[in-house]
Design a protein around this ligand. Structure first.
Ligand code: ADE
Length: 259
């Protein structure tokens, strides 16, 4: 996968040289190219922003600079373009999977109040352009959001995770555990500072281990993400699930209200 990033702070992307993403680049799975937006600004101060039409606080990124930068990086190609912004559609595991299947992604990082909207209109006529938010909070710019998205996408690329199955059990991956958070995990020693590993995990009884893990997943989902629990599809719940939810005084939606 090719991944281009345009930003006025290319230094932000140093983490892409290390760990999982660094290895993916060494192995040739990921081709990351970071560009300094100011290279396409022509005045002595390399200005990239100006005051907003209509008034208001802050500054808006200028369309001409972005236009030249994007034309150069895109060339004759057609990457899928992502613009990180708190006003965008939510970044989810589903979107990460969709983007992981693309051959070429281009991230355009805005600072200040954002990029002049005509830039998205102009390139949206030629490319698939998505404005994407990583959550309901406001960052100082899109750079950290791009790091988040790049890592979530990068770990899904074939050959990036050591264990090919590591991504399968993720809390938000499709499948049986969909929309259930993962429960607690333990390793050796069996007792640490008086805290014991739950005996069932040492029992060697795979069925009981699986049931215990599912109970823990349900409990954690109810406690930490009640809105995910409320969206559980009753058809994916067995009688043990139902008994546990009842015990925890959790009301399932009526059958006909699912979906
Ligand atoms: N830029 C600033 N805040 C952001 C957010 N929450 N998601 C994506 N980009 C952003």
């Amino acid at each position: 996968m090719r991944l281009d990033i345009i930003s006025i702070f290319p230094e932000y992307f140093a983490p892409l040289d290390v760990s999982l993403m660094g290895k993916a680049r060494e192995r040739g799975i990921l081709d990351v190219r970071v560009h300094q937006l100011r290279e396409w600004a022509h005045d002595v101060h390399r200005t990239v922003d100006d005051t907003p039409y209509g008034g208001g606080p802050g500054m808006v990124m200028k369309p001409e600079v972005w236009g030249e930068a994007l034309d150069t990086v895109i060339g004759d190609g057609s990457p899928r373009m992502i613009v990180p912004t708190p006003s965008g559609r939510p970044f989810t595991q589903e979107l990460a999977q969709e983007l992981a299947a693309e051959p070429w992604l281009l991230f355009a990082c805005g600072r200040y109040e954002g990029i002049d909207s005509r830039v998205m209109a102009e390139y949206g006529a030629r490319l698939r352009v998505d404005e994407v938010s990583i959550g309901d909070y406001v960052l100082a710019g899109g750079e950290v959001a791009v790091l988040v998205m790049a890592e979530a996408i990068g770990r899904l690329l074939p050959g990036v995770l050591g264990n090919a199955h590591s991504a399968v059990d993720d809390s938000f991956a499709p499948g049986a555990m969909r929309n259930l958070l993962e429960g607690p995990v333990y390793t050796k020693p069996p007792v640490w500072r008086g805290h014991e590993v739950p005996a069932v995990l040492l029992s060697g009884h795979h069925g009981k281990v699986a049931r215990w893990r599912r109970d823990q997943a349900l409990r954690r989902t109810l406690a930490n993400r009640p809105e995910l629990a409320a969206a559980l599809d009753p058809e994916t719940l067995d009688k043990h699930d139902r008994r546990l939810l009842e015990e925890l005084a959790f009301r399932l939606p009526p059958e006909d209200m699912a979906h």
